[in-house]
Design a protein around this ligand. Structure first.
Ligand SMILES: [Zn+2]
Length: 432
């Protein structure tokens, strides 16, 4: 066994999935001996499961059905039609948000904006429900999905857009219903965007006009776009994983948010494994998260691993392509990471990393109510925080030697509360 130089004892919060780079055999400490704590701490997971289990595939599919049965949700399909056009979908979403507002403190708004389509300035509408947070310093988390659809062969034809993106909107509606059952530390803003298929018009208008008008202090934006399918056009199946895209570079605010969400998903045992992607989006494609990251807000996109490009943006993107169990797992995974962001303790301030005498130290300022601190290690060449360690509440620093941890690109620290929940991570402190 190697001996640590420092006096700090790490408790290793490690599950099998994080064991690759820093196996337990490489972790040592001075006395007392290293304590190995299972990553999926039962009480932490249990606290979330009662919420996560409320996400229901039957409700999700009811939303998908309602949204796909208005013929088309193309931006030119009409706001006034009784049973055809994007207006039907908008009224449905507004009605769902309004029902939630009846039994919660949520506030429902419609944002009108104008965007050019076929040479004409058209009125388009974002639907927004805001659940005020209990801590004014905690800022806002935006959870969004676009509800417009597209039929590339025939602009005026049927455009069911079941996967793209009734699936994402259904999840936003279900997340809003479940999360509005009680207030959270952070303000939660649920948005159904219009105009995504014609160039992210709705999210651009939201960032440009709505955010400053409401002085929203956005700490995170989570975009759900195409999250209901588990089968590729060639029949390959993946119903256990979900991709997470975010803007480069490796230490951008969006990439750090993505890493945090990936770590939460592992810690809380989310139903889908979250696959960090080294890109803003798929090649040649885009999504509403980009409108936020372009404006400097941390933003990510969840999307299924499998897509069917033969069906996307055609009359064939129907409910038949939705896997209800997968959509439920996807929505539950997003709920898991959203709960961590929304309820977790604030991030420690003044996190600083320094190297001296062969050791590396991360230091930070205390967080009220912290029961311990969790250190996330980001190895060079990895997209994720591959290991989480814990130090006691009075430590306010963690020190390791190159023998204990090598190849470290950066580290971040979060406070852990009495319920065992990991709070928000500090900005990552980089060594490389
Ligand atoms: Zn889409």
């Amino acid at each position: 066994m190697k001996r640590a130089l420092g006096q700090i004892v790490f408790a290793l919060l490690m599950a099998g999935q994080f064991a690759g780079l820093f196996g337990a055999q490489s972790m040592v400490s001075a006395s007392p001996a290293l304590t190995l704590v299972p990553l999926n701490s039962a009480n932490s997971t249990a606290a979330f499961s009662e919420w996560v289990n409320q996400i229901d595939s039957v409700r999700l599919m009811e939303h998908v059905s309602a949204l796909t049965h208005c013929g088309s949700r193309h931006v030119s399909s009409g706001n006034e039609g009784a049973d055809w056009g994007i207006g039907v979908a908008r009224r449905y979403i507004h009605g769902q948000f309004s029902a939630m507002a009846q039994s919660s403190a949520a506030v429902v708004e419609t944002q009108e904006f104008f965007a050019p389509w076929s040479g004409v300035q058209s009125a388009l509408y974002n639907e927004i429900a805001t659940l005020p947070g209990t801590d004014p310093t905690a800022g806002a988390i935006v959870i969004g999905a676009h509800y417009d659809s597209l039929n590339l062969q025939n602009q005026n034809g049927s455009a069911p857009g079941a996967n793209d993106n009734a699936s994402g909107v259904a999840a936003v509606l279900e997340l809003a219903r479940v999360l509005s059952a009680r207030p959270h530390r952070a303000t939660l803003v649920f948005v159904a965007f219009s105009g995504e298929e014609i160039g992210r018009e709705g999210s651009i208008a939201f960032v440009r006009d709505y955010v400053p008008a409401h002085t929203l202090d956005i700490r995170a934006m989570i975009n759900l776009d195409v999250i209901g399918g588990s089968v590729s056009e060639q029949g390959a199946v993946n119903d256990t994983e979900i991709r997470l895209f975010s803007a480069a570079e490796d230490n951008s605010a969006s990439r750090q948010l993505a890493r945090s969400l990936q770590a939460y998903s592992g810690f809380y045992g989310a139903e889908l494994r979250v696959l960090m992607q080294d890109r803003l989006d798929r090649v040649g494609r885009y999504g509403d998260h980009q409108s936020f990251s372009d404006a400097g807000y941390p933003a990510v996109r969840f999307i299924s691993v499998m897509e069917n490009p033969w069906h996307q943006h055609t009359v064939m993107d129907t409910m038949d392509d939705i896997d209800p169990a997968y959509l439920q797992r996807a929505a539950r995974t997003v709920l898991t990471v959203t709960l961590a962001l929304a309820d977790g303790l604030p991030s420690p301030l003044e996190a600083t990393i320094a190297q001296a005498d062969g050791s590396t130290s991360l230091t930070w300022q205390p967080v009220a109510d912290a029961q311990s601190y969790v250190i996330a290690i980001h190895p060079a060449g990895s997209l994720t925080y591959d290991a989480l360690y814990e130090v006691s509440a009075d430590a306010l620093s963690a020190t390791w030697t190159a023998l204990e941890l090598s190849n470290v690109a950066g580290a971040a620290v979060a406070a852990r509360d009495a319920a065992g929940q990991i709070g928000l991570f500090s900005p990552e402190q980089r060594l490389t």
